[in-house]
Design a binder for this molecule. Structure first.
Ligand SMILES: [Zn+2]
Length: 793
């Protein structure tokens, strides 16, 4: 290509005068470290965690097995329980004490969470009771754990000390590697009212029928994680940073009023004792059905609402290799179920919901559970648990092993907006999806929200689109993260921030959509689907039932794909710079063929065009006859000489030039190809691949994809020459919206006309306010006599 450059000469440039330096195709070297390896930013690999991102040969983790007996008091909304924890130390070092988590203490008046909350009341705006209830000291209900006893297996009291949401239990003697210790803890607590306090679990009272629906989690003292990264992870629970828990086996006996329906983590062990004959028959039917079958129908649930318990029942559950245990109970529950084939294994997909959730829930919830299990299994590991629930109450969305609490309630008349329907689809997929991250791939949520929320939101986006290709999966599409990424640097945290430190109001984009979008960009635009999917699946395979860290994820994604992504982790996860690419200039070049015929014809056309001045045009009529026209003796050789005619000397010179060229060079010279030299700028800082669409004059187009490494020698400005046969009418960056470019006004050359800003002309404000519910409108406008199909019975 050397010769082309020497021969290049400018024919046309779009309104830019370009000087003789144009052959210089490179821009100045601009030193940058964006493509340097992460080095010390990642922990040094060791025998516990390898440099490949896989668990090392000496990887170890602790185990905590639970045997719990608890009773729900429906008259006081409280729980009492006793648990036997068998804790096995697999760490190379001995332990002299254990740390347990007391999450309910976050709701006590004097919790760190309440005291350190930034709060204010603006008297001129007033305050809702809900907001007031959230203020420390305003709510005088006695929340938090009451620890009644902590004993060893002989029943001897163990010394213990409560520090906020953590409790240290001192061991009578050090627990060395491979040894187990069994302790029992007795406790009780008042369940929080979700309507006044809000949270991940609690109860909801339905004023119309007076019944209560329980969604219960973080309800027993749970072992903290002890690992090779942090030792004990006993960072206080402040409310935002979620949980980090060891795996173990659970046996849980839940005693509730005998008219309640229960669902929980694990498999029900005594169905013959707690279900009646009709329910057991339906349960058998549900094993072989394409659609969910009601184990408890709406009619039965409504009858139970009106009745009273005549005693108690104990529901017994067992769960293997889980990190937590949650349950739901209410006499209001409708229960539907079906078995779904997940890679050759039958799994129960089930839902529990009150009549207030219908018709939406009956139609969708259990089907969404089944869809999620199949889709996530395909992209990670086959769902290993026997059961997965979706439960409706007033928790907006929360996950536990095999259990999920999901909001999305229709209007009292049974209609719902499209937003509520989409929220149901999203939230069920999301919360059931959490079974994989962090319930199975057990990352440290207290520290890294993105490791479960980000990865899960990414799979949630893909799974929503496999449910309905028109689903607005805005959480993974680059163009929707730009509002967040264009915030000033001090208004954002890097994704690699501790959960509780994330700036209020930005938790969603920081922990959910930015990491999820980043993974989608890796999959679609940087690694490609095949390499990405393989590496992502490998990460899940390596770390299923283990405790991965960010470095294990970053390293595995590179190790299994063969793609160096250090630049991406640095920019996207450790940085807050936005992407903003621009085309600042395009030079259009063609090769000067040196053919005198072409050259002189072009020169002639140029001279003729230049002669079309206003004076010349007017003179044609104004000057009747010039001297030269009137008097032939005033003419000579030059009055007839054609300086644009090709002479023999010209031809000879051209032939000589051609004789110096090879056949290939000749072809190129005669090809008439267009050379477009694009000046590209990285204004935002974040480096991204460059995707350019060339729109040709004939209406067709071609896309050029340039890997991100184009920025490796200069991360501010680069030049790129594109060679085409057809003439380009317009160059456009990022035609498929792959780059979260915060300013797209400079993405086309020539620049596109600005879109007008529309303003509303109105007589009265307020038209069309609120969430649109066309379903309700359609039903209201129905002629009388037609049944309202959406109404609950
Ligand atoms: Zn989540």
């Amino acid at each position: 290509m050397k010769k082309n450059l020497l021969l290049a000469s400018l024919i046309v440039s779009w309104g830019f005068s370009v000087n003789a330096q144009r052959q210089n195709n490179s821009t100045e070297y601009h030193s940058n470290t964006r493509f340097e390896q992460m080095g010390a930013a990642l922990p040094t690999p060791n025998t516990f965690r390898s440099a490949s991102g896989a668990p090392g040969k000496d990887y170890w983790q602790q185990k905590a097995d639970y045997d719990i007996k608890a009773e729900l008091d429906d008259s006081n909304q409280s729980i009492t329980g006793i648990e036997k924890i068998t804790y096995t130390n697999n760490a190379p070092e001995e332990l002299r004490y254990l740390w347990l988590q007391l999450d309910q203490n976050v709701f006590s008046k004097n919790s760190n969470s309440n005291i350190t909350k930034n709060t204010s009341i603006n008297p001129s705006n007033g305050s809702s009771f809900n907001a007031l209830g959230n203020l420390e000291g305003a709510n005088d209900k006695d929340y938090g754990f009451k620890i009644l006893s902590v004993k060893d297996i002989q029943g001897k009291d163990l010394r213990h000390s409560i520090n906020g949401t953590m409790m240290r239990v001192d061991l009578p003697q050090a627990l060395s590697k491979g040894m187990s210790f069994t302790l029992s803890v007795e406790w009780k607590f008042n369940i929080i009212d979700l309507k006044s306090i809000g949270g991940r679990s609690g109860y909801e009272r339905f004023p119309k029928d007076g019944n209560v629906l329980y969604e219960i989690a973080q309800w027993f003292p749970r072992m903290a994680v002890y690992d090779d990264v942090n030792g004990w992870q006993h960072k206080q629970f402040l409310g935002q940073g979620e949980f980090t828990l060891p795996f173990g086996d659970y046996k849980v006996a839940l005693t509730v009023p005998n008219d309640m329906v229960v669902g929980a983590t694990g498999e029900l062990q005594n169905s013959k004792e707690v279900l009646n004959a009709v329910q057991l028959k339906r349960w058998e039917q549900a094993k072989n059905t394409k659609n969910p079958i009601a184990i408890v129908t709406q009619e039965e649930a409504e009858a139970a609402e009106k009745g009273k318990p005549s005693g108690k029942k104990t529901w017994i559950y067992a769960a293997k290799n889980v990190r937590d245990f949650a349950f739901a109970a209410s006499r209001k529950f409708i229960w539907d179920a079906m078995q779904v084939d997940v890679e050759g294994k039958k799994v129960w997909a089930m839902s529990l919901y009150p009549k207030e959730a219908n018709p939406l829930w009956g139609q969708y919830s259990t089907r969404l559970v089944a869809h999620t299990l199949i889709n996530y299994s395909k992209r990670t590991i086959p769902y290993p648990y026997p059961v997965a629930y979706s439960v409706h109450g007033s928790v907006g969305g929360m996950e536990y092993p095999m259990m999920s609490f999901n909001g999305a309630r229709p209007e009292p008349d049974g209609t719902y907006s499209e937003g509520i329907k989409n929220f149901l689809i999203l939230v069920v997929i999301h919360e059931v999806g959490h079974n994989f991250f962090p319930m199975i791939v057990n990352s440290d949520e207290r520290q890294w929200s993105w490791m479960d929320e980000g990865l899960n939101s990414f799979l949630e986006g893909l799974t929503c689109l496999e449910w309905d290709r028109d689903f607005p999966a805005t959480g993974i599409e680059p163009q929707y993260i730009t509002d967040y990424m264009k915030l000033d640097a001090d208004k954002q945290n890097p994704i690699m921030s501790s959960s509780d430190n994330i700036i209020p109001g930005t938790f969603g984009p920081n922990a959910y959509s930015k990491p999820a979008t980043g993974l989608n960009i890796l999959r679609e635009s940087i690694m490609g689907r095949e390499l990405f999917d393989y590496a992502f699946k490998e990460y899940a395979r390596r770390w299923a039932f283990k405790h991965p860290t960010p470095a294990d994820f970053f390293r595995t994604m590179e190790d299994a794909s063969g793609v160096d992504l250090d630049w991406f982790w640095k920019g996207w996860f450790y940085g807050v710079e936005p992407a903003d690419q621009a085309i600042t200039n395009v030079e259009w070049l063609t090769i000067d063929s040196q053919n005198p015929g072409t050259l002189k014809a072009a020169a002639k056309a140029d001279a003729e065009a230049k002669a079309q001045t206003l004076s010349n045009i007017r003179n044609k009529t104004d000057i009747k006859q010039t001297v030269v026209e009137a008097d032939s003796s005033m003419r000579d050789f030059y009055n007839t000489y054609d300086k644009f005619a090709v002479t023999d000397a010209d031809k000879k010179k051209y032939e000589q030039y051609l004789s110096t060229l090879s056949e290939e060079d000749k072809k190129l010279v005669e090809s008439g190809k267009n050379f477009y030299v694009l000046s590209l700028k990285n204004k935002g800082g974040l480096v991204m691949p460059v995707i350019i669409r060339m729109e040709y004059e004939d209406g067709t187009f071609e896309d050029v994809r340039i890997p991100v490494e184009i920025w490796r020698l200069n991360d501010k400005e680069v030049k790129k020459t594109l060679i085409t046969t057809k003439k380009v009418a317009k160059f456009k960056l990022d035609p498929y919206h792959e780059i979260p470019d915060i300013d797209t006004s400079d993405n086309a050359f020539p620049k596109e006309p600005e879109q007008p800003t529309r303003f509303q002309a109105y007589k009265q404000r307020g038209y069309g306010s609120g969430t649109p519910n066309p379903m309700q409108e359609a039903q209201r406008n129905k002629p009388a006599g037609i049944q309202n199909s959406g109404e609950r019975k």
